[in-house]
Design a protein around this ligand. Structure first.
Ligand code: SF4
Length: 550
């Protein structure tokens, strides 16, 4: 961690204090290279006899190498796992394995690596060994760089150690680096959001687009009754009895969604949980039963702050106002952009006024009132966007928005889309470290993912309603995809399958972020929003404003 702290104090804090970790190409390659030294063991390497300088005699002694040596020292406050300790006669040296090539810099290596190997040397000294130097072995160029533990390096190492401990004690996230090239190679950039944070704090510098390694991973839905998901090598395979229905590469799966009577083998659970990919359990109708994930996120501080903010009416109100104003703004823009000329003009001003009033409201019930009023105006004109299915449009116009049960195909689609959106947001909240059941606008209620419902508000029109209207207008969904029973209308399994395809396409759709200016998929926007809310709650960002389109 000392290495990371010298590289970037924020990186060390995120990993060490907030429990964040993410792989990128560099870290994956690093773990592969490390595999050979991560096994505890030793070996004697025979060496050519060397001449003793004083006696002139040749004395052969082997070079003893100890792999993966764990040492700690309370006085130094250090724990380390040393890749290799070489004992060469009277000399003891720590060897730190690096995956890349030796950098051609003045001291033979950069400070983070030099400090790290020096800290290992200090530990060896504390255990009674004479240790004046260490080695950095660069596997990429197969070169060893000797690092002398001179006074200057020892002073730098102990000073950095003290600073790291102080940062962790103060529990204050250090600021991001300023437009640093280090961020481009940093695996935590998509979590840290260095440029976005600086931009929102007023830097004026447009953020760079630093993407996560698994940007193109998607949920794998399985809804064939009786199907079984198995793991084979690097793939997930779906079987119905002996018949293979399909397969997907694990690295391209962001989460496994099991709908209804579908199961998965133990190997699938183990593999996905180890990789931090959740398994989501839904009823066959799309109702969220639960999420299987690894251990809860280590960022306890975030959950503590979430509870504090949820208990504070003023803080909750500020977030609720921003959420509802963004939702109404996006509803208005969605209508304006997609309706035929003149079809929705009479409600646009009303929705805009409701958004403005929600933003100024001094009570959360008043916010709800403005949301309800604006929402009624919005749904009263939503049918105008349906161009290719008069029957669907007329039935929705007659029914209005109906939920339990939905009484027409458009309402059935909207309800299904909102539950899919809530499921998506629930997993995002969990992955960022929030409790998805504790919200700021939606009051806590048994089994209701209130925070997920809060955060999805602004995206109902942009992702759910948009996917519904598009699926109808493109003819992907028609009357044959619904069943009607006792006044309730629901999607058939085939209809659900078709709609989920449209919905996932919508989440993968890239838009230009209205604030950050780069292209970004909605799925990634969700994570960014969730992280920005976390930064707001933890005090790094003064405000939280959900995304609104232009
Ligand atoms: S992205 Fe940049 S600022 Fe953020 S942790 Fe990495 S190196 Fe530090």
């Amino acid at each position: 961690m000392l290495n990371e702290f010298v590289y970037c104090p924020r990186l060390a804090f995120l990993e060490w204090v907030e429990g964040e970790f993410a792989h990128n190409a560099d870290t994956v390659e690093g773990s592969i290279r490390h595999a050979s030294v991560d096994r505890v063991g030793f070996r004697n390497r025979p060496r050519r006899a060397e001449r003793d300088e004083t006696s002139g005699e040749r004395a052969a002694f082997p070079l003893l190498q100890l792999r993966s040596v764990e040492l700690s020292d309370p006085a130094l406050g250090l724990v380390a796992k040393i890749d290799l300790v070489e004992i060469d006669g009277g000399r003891v040296q720590p060897v730190d394995l690096k995956k890349g090539k030796r950098p051609h810099v003045e001291r033979g290596a950069y400070d983070p690596e030099r400090v790290q190997v020096c800290a290992q040397g200090l530990l060896l000294r504390a255990h009674g060994y004479a240790c004046d130097s260490g080695v950095l072995y660069f596997a990429g160029s197969n070169e060893r760089v000797q690092v002398d533990f001179d006074d200057e390096l020892v002073a730098l190492t102990t000073a950095q150690l003290a600073e790291l401990r102080a940062a962790a004690r103060e529990l204050t996230l250090p600021p991001p680096l300023d437009a640093s090239p280090k961020c481009v190679r940093c695996s935590l950039a998509p979590i840290c959001l260095p440029d976005e944070t600086r931009f929102l704090c007023g830097s004026g510098q447009p953020p760079r687009r630093l993407l996560p390694a698994d940007e193109h991973a998607y949920p794998l839905y399985v809804q064939q009754p009786g199907a079984l998901v198995r793991k084979k090598d690097e793939t997930l395979q779906v079987f119905d009895g002996d018949e293979k229905l399909g397969e997907a590469r694990i690295r391209e799966v962001s989460q496994l969604v099991l709908m209804g009577r579908v199961s998965a083998t133990e190997a699938v659970y183990q593999e996905l949980l180890q990789r931090g990919k959740p398994i989501v359990h839904l009823s066959s109708g799309g109702w969220l039963y639960g999420v299987t994930q690894g251990l809860p996120h280590a960022n306890v501080r975030l959950r503590q702050e979430q509870v504090r903010a949820a208990d504070d009416p003023a803080r909750s109100l500020r977030i609720a106002r921003a959420i509802v104003a963004a939702k109404l703004t996006n509803q208005r823009i969605f209508l304006r952009r997609n309706a035929p000329d003149g079809a929705v003009d009479d409600v646009l001003a009303g929705i805009r006024n409701a958004a403005g009033a929600a933003e100024r409201a001094t009570d959360v019930d008043v916010v709800r009132g403005h949301e309800g009023y604006g929402g009624r105006l919005y749904f009263s004109r939503l049918a105008a966007l349906i161009r290719s299915n008069r029957e669907f449009a007329e039935r929705f116009e007659a029914e209005g928005r109906t939920r339990r049960p939905p009484r027409d195909p458009v309402n059935a689609l909207l309800s299904f889309a909102y539950s899919a959106l809530a499921r998506e947001w629930t997993t995002v909240c969990l992955s960022v470290g929030f409790d998805p059941f504790l919200g700021f606008y939606h009051a806590p209620r048994y089994a209701r993912p209130s925070l997920a419902l809060d955060l999805m508000e602004a995206f109902r029109p942009l992702c759910a309603d948009s996917a519904v209207i598009r699926a109808i207008n493109n003819g992907e969904i028609g009357s044959a995809d619904f069943v009607e029973r006792m006044g309730s209308v629901n999607l058939t399994p085939a209809g659900r399958r078709k709609f989920l395809r449209s919905f996932e396409q919508r989440l993968g759709h890239e838009v230009t972020h209205p604030v950050f200016g780069y292209r970004i998929s909605y799925r990634r926007v969700f994570e960014v929003e969730c992280r920005l809310l976390a930064r707001h709650l933890l005090g790094e960002l003064a405000t939280f404003r959900p995304m609104t389109t232009r």
